[in-house]
Design a protein around this ligand. Structure first.
Ligand code: ADP
Ligand code: ASP
Ligand code: MG
Length: 486
């Protein structure tokens, strides 16, 4: 086993064009000169969206989608190659690799448009092309800086189940393959530049880990190689007290716990894929979130204990592409097994239930799933409750997508009296109507449901109530005066 390995992951904006790729390569090169380094890269920004759109257009029979995709990808990646390639020979070699991948994905889209069908497996094969392209560009940029680097496809490293679009790693096999492939490279001082987002089944069929999954790739590989730390380079300074797009005065948190970060990610803080911390939390491997646009800044360190604050509240997050499903009717009161039946149905639909709540009338069970899973979940519920609907034990299964979940997150919050009261009285003062409050959520979070239209105001209100912008500033002041050291 190679010691002291670091994994550095770069998101889409951090490899968004040739200039950004050069900056990422400078950061990787600096790291690689000090210790064994694995780079994990996302697709150039916008590319995965383009691929997925083209796949769906093709499935609807649009024959031009494949050609348009090929042109757009060709333009974007050619422009980067012009700047990044060291000389004509390398330029030609890189160009032919890139053309081969674009050719593959174009053919897949053509096939899709002929069949009018897009299987989850084909969608994975198409949507993964962005990472396969960007890894080659980043490796070339590193070689241009005198660092030995090779692009490595994660299909060779991360072994997953066959759940296309949200595959889960099989860690034992991943450890075997990743160690066998990467250790010899690291031992020779070579930087593997690995495609994020992608894995493959035991038999080698490409899978993807879910949107935003390159963060997860980084920690899967970090865990597999027993890494000393993982650095996720992105376009913000770290984990902030709220999404900066919702609350411009949000501040960077210096240190938070795995539980807090996981809770924030789960409830919509896009800065981390929700599963990112799973592979490394038990081993206590520190994960840093840092800004590739301002690499001199420290960023946020995610650790076992975090850095508790007096108020207990660390950050607020919100998620809006969610749907509330309510199973209701007077007949369900006191009837055993209704909840069990409902959740067996959601499980069979493979829907992730984000929040469960009891209605004020207690005549219904209401829960929230991601909107992409809503239709499938309702179908499964209608089937499960078919007889109960006929007999009016269950009177309705209703759906509301005009909602958002807001989560107030912090370790020890539950042990601090008065926080729940402050959250809801501040919202009351601002006349924010609460549709439901979570029941049985973890002790690290208080979550509630509001109409989508008041989500921003709810987040801002709670952020202000707990003075999180000022607390952030204090942390910065402390840091400047040297009180807080990473
Ligand atoms: P990458 O492409 O590097 O993976 P993402 O766009 O997936 O980056 O995630 C970074 C974005 O997450 C930020 O630009 C920010 O808008 C958003 N974000 C949402 N909530 C938070 C938060 N609490 N802290 C930091 N960023 C957040
Ligand atoms: N490129 C993939 C996506 O856009 C994975 C990632 O960026 O993390 O979802
Ligand atoms: Mg991301």
């Amino acid at each position: 086993m190679i010691e002291n390995v670091q994994v550095m992951k770069f998101g889409g904006t951090s490899v968004g064009d040739a200039t950004r790729i050069e900056c990422a390569a400078d950061i990787i090169a600096g790291g690689a000169r000090a210790r064994p380094t694995i780079a994990v890269v996302s697709a150039m920004s916008g590319v995965t969206n383009c691929l997925i759109t083209a796949a769906h257009q093709s499935a609807s029979g649009d024959e031009n989608a494949a050609g348009e995709l090929s042109d757009a990808l060709g333009r974007q990646h050619r422009a980067a190659i012009e700047t990044l390639a060291r000389d004509d020979d390398n330029r030609a070699a890189l160009q032919s690799e890139i053309d081969r991948i674009i050719g593959e994905v174009t053919r897949l889209c053509r096939g899709t448009s002929m069949l009018h069908e897009l299987t989850p497996r084909a969608l994975d094969a198409i949507s993964s092309a962005g990472e396969r392209l960007s890894a080659r560009l980043v490796a070339e940029s590193l070689r241009g800086k005198g660092i030995e680097a090779v692009a490595v496809e994660a299909t060779e490293l991360i072994v997953t189940d066959s759940e296309h679009g949200q595959a889960e790693p099989l860690m034992d096999k991943t450890i075997e393959r990743a160690t066998a492939r990467l250790s010899p490279l690291l031992a020779r001082g070579v930087v593997p530049v690995v495609t994020g987002f992608i894995g493959a089944t035991v038999s080698g069929v490409l899978t993807t880990l879910g949107r935003g999954g390159s963060d997860y790739s980084a920690t899967i590989l970090g865990a597999a190689l027993d890494a000393a730390e993982i650095i996720i380079w992105t376009d913000v300074e770290g984990v902030l007290t709220a999404d900066p797009r919702l609350v411009p005065e949000a501040r960077t948190l210096r240190e938070i716990s795995y539980n807090e970060a996981a809770e924030l990610a789960y409830f919509g803080a896009k800065v981390l894929h929700p599963k990112t911390l799973r592979p490394v939390a038990d081993a206590g491997v520190p994960v840093w979130i840092r800004n590739s646009f301002e690499p001199e800044k420290l960023g946020t360190k995610i650790t076992t204990h975090g850095h508790p604050t007096e108020s207990g509240v660390k950050a607020i997050t919100a998620i809006s592409d969610v749907t509330m499903i309510t199973v209701g009717g007077r007949g369900i009161v006191g009837v055993p097994g209704v909840a069990a039946k409902a959740f067996t149905a959601t499980a069979s639909a493979r829907a992730n239930v984000l929040l469960i709540s009891q209605s004020s009338s207690q005549n219904d069970i209401c829960f929230i799933v991601n909107s992409v899973d809503a239709a499938r979940t309702v179908g499964a519920l209608r089937a499960a409750f078919a007889l109960d609907l006929v007999h009016h034990h269950v009177e309705y299964i209703s759906v509301n997508s005009d909602i958002a979940i807001v989560a107030v997150v912090g370790d020890k919050m539950r042990g601090t009296p008065g926080i729940v009261g402050r959250v809801f009285s501040s919202l009351g003062r601002e006349e924010v109507n609460i549709i439901a409050i979570a029941q049985g959520s973890s002790e690290y979070n208080i979550s509630f449901v509001v109409e989508k239209g008041v989500m921003r105001s709810a987040v801002t209100t709670v952020h202000h109530e707990f003075d999180l912008a000022r607390r952030g500033r204090d942390i910065h002041a402390d840091e400047e005066s040297g009180l807080i050291k990473a």
